[in-house]
Design a protein around this ligand. Structure first.
Ligand code: SAH
Length: 247
């Protein structure tokens, strides 16, 4: 899968996307990421990308021309791509959006700064997406965050595919608790079933833990979940145990 990011701070993007899971996927050529300096698409000595907002009130807005020219240049080398504009006014980006976008071949992210980008850019935008109901100073962190989350759904990016499937939200539940050595630390012990349990018992304990945590930590997510047979069985067991303890 290919990503391109357009920003006046390309170094921010480049350094972040060179590490960890995403960095490795780039080295392994599973992900191709290009970073564009928006100032390269200006024609004045100061390489100006912003101007005063029409109507007064102060503040600067990013000019439409450099952004349009950068997209045109990209289009001359890339046949099919979709444009993402991170914006607090967009649809909230979530796990479903990440999964859906991971099916695209080529995504271009436009990073706004100041008051944002001239509204005429919306003609070229396919997805306007928000990372939450708050405002940050630029589209770089939102773009990085989305690229990271989308990449995790691209086959081969996360070495252990199983870990993506177990991650929170993938199947409408939160991840179960995870433990590592030592078995006892500061008097706190890892539950026995995870240490000596058999595969089947561990699976059951994990499913049960996922269900309990989702109900307690994110009940809204649980209400939206379609419950399958495996989950129903786990819920029945949880309730049986609760009633036995109460009795
Ligand atoms: N005046 C704008 C905010 C501009 S913030 C408004 O109130 O709608 C500058 C840039 O940061 C935006 O153009 C956008 O690219 C990015 N940004 C800020 N908050 C964001 C959020 N919650 N989600 C995604 N992008 C965001």
């Amino acid at each position: 899968m290919k990503f391109a990011v357009v920003s006046i701070f390309p170094e921010m993007i480049e350094s972040f996307l060179s590490w960890g899971v995403v960095g490795r996927a780039r080295t392994n050529k599973i992900l191709d990421i290009e970073v564009y300096q928006l100032r390269d698409y200006t024609h004045d000595a100061h390489r100006t990308t912003d101007d005063y907002v029409y109507g007064g009130g102060g503040g600067m807005v990013m000019k439409p021309a450099p952004v349009y020219e950068c997209i045109d240049d990209y289009a001359s080398r890339n046949e099919r791509f979709k444009v993402v504009f991170p914006s607090p006014q967009g649809k909230i980006f979530d796990s479903e959006t990440a999964k859906e976008l991971s099916r695209q071949e080529n995504l271009v992210f436009l990073c706004g700064r100041y008051e944002g980008i001239d509204e005429r850019i919306m003609d070229r935008v396919d997805y306007e997406l928000s990372i939450g109901s708050f405002v940050v100073s630029g589209g770089e962190i939102p773009a990085l965050l989305m690229i990271d989350a989308i990449s995790r759904f691209v086959p081969g990016v996360v070495g252990n595919e199983q870990s993506v499937i177990q991650d929170s939200f993938y199947n409408g539940l939160l991840d179960h608790a995870n433990w590592t050595r030592p078995e006892v630390y500061r008097g706190l012990a890892v539950p026995k079933v995870y240490v000596n349990g058999h595969h089947k018992e561990i699976e059951k304990a994990r499913k049960r833990d996922s269900i309990i945590r989702t109900i307690l930590k994110n009940p809204k997510l649980f209400l939206e979940k379609e419950i399958g047979l495996e989950e129903k069985t786990a819920i029945i067991e949880i309730i049986k145990e609760l009633t036995q303890n109460a009795g």
